[in-house]
Design a binder for this molecule. Sequence first.
Ligand SMILES: [Zn+2]
Length: 76
Amino acid sequence: MMNYDSWKLSNPIDDGHYYGLVSSCCGSEYIDEDEDGVLWCDECKCECDSIEDYEYEAQQRENYLEMMADGMRDER
Ligand SMILES: [Zn+2]
């Protein structure tokens, strides 16, 4: 009989909520530079941090709401 841990290891994605790490600037793939511990965004080729993709989406949503708020200010 399998214990829970070995079941989980054999089903890494099939647990209902898949997520991964993305670059903090573009939300895309990044290249790991292990020597200096620096990450490079594969999209804009800039130095970046890695964040969970749902964090990136939350950030994007905040930026969008801020943009909307700024736009409304400009119209006045
Ligand atoms: Zn980028």
